[in-house]
Write a protein that binds this ligand. Sequence first.
Ligand code: GDP
Length: 335
Amino acid sequence: MNKDLLGRKNRKTTNNSAESIYHEIIAGNIAALSQGITLIESSNASHREKSSELLKLCLPHSGNSLRIGITGVPGVGKSTFIESFGKHLSDNGKKIAILAVDPTSQNSKGSILGDKTRMEILVKSKNVFIRPTPSGISLGGVARKTRETIILCEAAGFDTIIIETVGVGQSEVAVHSMVDFFILLKLAGAGDELQGIKRGIIEMADLIAINKADGDNLKNAKHAQQDFKNALHLYPPKESKWQPNVLLCSALNNEGILEIAEETEKFQNLVGENGHFKKNRIEQQKYWLFQSIEDNLKSAFYDKSDIKIELQKQIELLKRNETTVFAATEYLLNL
Ligand code: GDP
């Protein structure tokens, strides 16, 4: 790892070429890392060009981190958990980058990570880099930018990437397909714990952590733990051969955090040895390649000015029952 890592050099590069930003990033210059991420987030065409050059240069230095996704409903304690978990990891010598995928951030002021004061301790740690979601773009846009940001963070020497997301829409699927280990944070409450949980999310989880297992809530949390354990037995074994566990924690009191960190280590060892780690990363690349082709084809189609006009005409014909969806599709695609 580079000696200059994290903090020693922290000045913006005066030479703004992709190459000079790249050299600063791999030397661990955090200001240059932020500069690179800003390029990635920009929609300006010349920035786009520069950022792809930068990514190309950084790519050979990336891929060496453990990427951890964390999801859970608002209020479950994600920020508190990341603060506590992140502190544990950084106390153990890890260099952590914390990113967020929050497609709702354009319309909610309290977007995740937007308010860095929620992670007071981590913000001050020089082994930790926090970057909130870029705002005002679609989930597809956020997902792409986050995947590219991961590459820059890894090139800058971060060995643990934590990606937080809210349980909204497809954001969990997007994050699941860019991480190695996926943690679902849950709360114990009255009634049936499993009600109202999207089935797919349990299936994606590599670890379910029941947070706020403290005080009067401990008993409920233990019940929830058992319910989730029973439910997990109903799912087919994972391709990774990893058996997801259900653990209790109190992010607020720093309880159960060590066990969760140990669980991620066990996972890392297992999938490292059985080859799933690499295989999964390749599968993820393939997934994103197809996603990206689809996105590009779609925008290439819809952005054409004649398509825009003809599409409206076909909609009018549909309204008047003068064409069918099938015929309209065929007509538009043949244009
Ligand atoms: P997020 O919206 O998922 O990021 O949740 P926050 O981390 O902001 O936490 C929401 C509230 O739950 C805050 O008031 C926290 O202090 C509280 N909280 C978080 N973790 C715990 C915990 O382990 N135990 C208890 N009792 N409260 C917690």
